[in-house]
Write a protein that binds this ligand. Sequence first.
Ligand code: ATP
Ligand code: MG
Length: 135
Amino acid sequence: MHSFAEDAKECGDVIKVSGNAHPMRLQPLAIRRCLNNLIENALRYGEKADIVIGETDDEVVISIRDAGPGIPEDKLEAVFTPFYRLEASRSRHTGGIGLGLSIARDMARKQGGDITLKNAPEGGLVATLVLPKQY
Ligand SMILES: Nc1ncnc2c1ncn2[C@@H]1O[C@H](COP(=O)(O)OP(=O)(O)OP(=O)(O)O)[C@@H](O)[C@H]1O
Ligand SMILES: [Mg+2]
């Protein structure tokens, strides 16, 4: 996460990282891709990414909150469908083919975890990646 934030600073992107978690064994490329897809969405649709890392006894939890419009409640699951894009995104020039979330969830699930989305009460979307600890 901290290396993402470093890269982003060089590109002028707004990424903030706080918190920490116990080191654990993961597939580095898969997890990087997974996080990258979530951060890319936060920056593309929500202007910034506030990332908080935390953990419980058996899980590491990484949440990424942006400052965008969020996603309608009845579409929070549908956006994980391959090639699915919300109406507002289809008309944007900001690229994207609608695979990012589906790939990210696939990778999280292959490592025994998952990704969920919710709208923050104070606005913006929160994407939460939960990974079971494995040593
Ligand atoms: N942080 C977000 N805020 C608002 N809408 C979002 C956010 N993240 C995703 N979406 C909506 O969900 C859709 C699917 O996201 P997904 O990442 O799967 O595809 P994409 O960003 O359109 O393309 P790409 O394949 O480049 O990731 C987006 O097109 C957008 O409509
Ligand atoms: Mg995307």
